[in-house]
Write a new protein. Structure first.
Length: 318
């Protein structure tokens, strides 16, 4: 039995005649994989001694096909496959449907045997790994991110959409649990690398992903003049205006558009506070955890007077 890539979504009520072009296109390409179907003997019933034991033993009917490389090559596209016999295979092939009930058959010796429906469900197991993205957050404790698929927010990470209305502040609105596909966000977390894993939700990659005032990019891009990029500059962590010729945003990151803004930098307002949002992250207690000032800059142990953040909590040095 061959496994083919199928180029169309296929519902249970689909009329097969309307799929002819897709079937032809699938079989004209090389099979993704091939596996051997267990066989029986014509005119013999299940359980007969004349039937090969590999066929008579229902527990051996499960077949595993590794389609990892194919699944990963699809990106955000939905995966469809088709099973079909090679042209030189003339034996009949039977499939048991998911509605199959208990099956009682008469053996060649005149007796009967019953196979339970729970044993009569052959399985085609698709082995694959979900898409994921490793984001490295620097000492400032922040980064932008956009992904073409819905992704789970890792532990110890906060995600925000950003909107600019007026003045010199951007309003941050927290995203909970998952980041929607094609949605540029601001990430706040302690310095480190975090893995964002795709969910099972079907998505389509947007040509220009936008959300609020953020625009994401899929490749390294020089941002338009007057836009803002995330930077830990002279005014602390925030979004700084660029000239459009010397500033780029890396793939899977985002820049901010604030047409009416005139300030050289825009601070981020988290629920009424213009700290980095790191103070809102709950991490496990760790005496060796990094220390940040309220601008999100990582500090050494020789701290001057001021307010600092460690393990997601504020403390004061007097």
């Amino acid at each position: 039995m061959n496994v083919y890539a199928y180029g169309n979504d296929f519902a249970e009520n689909t009329i097969y005649a309307t799929e002819e072009n897709y079937v032809t296109a699938a079989t004209e390409k090389a099979a993704l994989d091939t596996f051997t179907v267990n066989y029986g003997v014509k005119g013999k019933a299940l359980g007969s001694d004349a039937i090969d034991s590999a066929y008579a033993d229902i527990t051996k009917w499960q077949t595993t096909v590794d389609l990892t490389n194919y699944a990963n090559s699809l990106g955000s596209e939905y995966m469809n496959i088709m099973l079909g016999k090679p042209d030189d295979e003339t034996n009949s092939t039977k499939f048991f449907t998911k509605e199959q009930g208990d099956l009682t058959v008469k053996l060649s010796n005149g007796t009967t045997t019953t196979a339970s429906a729970s044993d009569l469900i052959p399985q085609l197991t698709l082995v694959y790994k979900k898409a994921s993205y490793n984001l490295t957050v620097g000492d400032a404790g922040a980064a932008t991110l956009v992904l073409p698929y819905e992704a789970t927010i890792p532990s110890g990470v906060k995600a925000y959409t950003l909107s600019y209305t007026s003045g010199s502040e951007i309003t941050a609105t927290e995203v909970s649990t998952t980041i929607p596909a094609n949605t540029p966000v601001l990430i706040n977390a302690s310095a480190g690398t975090y893995t964002f894993e795709a969910t099972d939700t079907k998505t389509t990659k947007a040509a220009t992903p936008t959300s609020g005032s953020l625009t994401g990019v899929w490749t390294s891009t020089t941002v338009p003049s007057g836009s803002y990029i995330l930077y830990n500059g002279t005014d602390g962590l925030g979004f700084y205006k660029v000239d459009g010729s010397t500033n780029t945003v890396a793939a899977n990151h985002a820049y901010l558009t604030a047409t009416a803004a005139t300030a050289k930098s825009l601070s981020i307002n988290y629920n009424g506070s213009t700290t980095t949002g790191i103070s809102n992250i709950t991490n496990s207690e760790n005496d060796n955890a990094p220390i940040f000032n309220i601008q999100g800059m990582r500090m050494d142990k020789n701290l001057p007077k001021g307010i600092y953040i460690k393990n997601g909590k504020k403390f004061v040095v007097k």
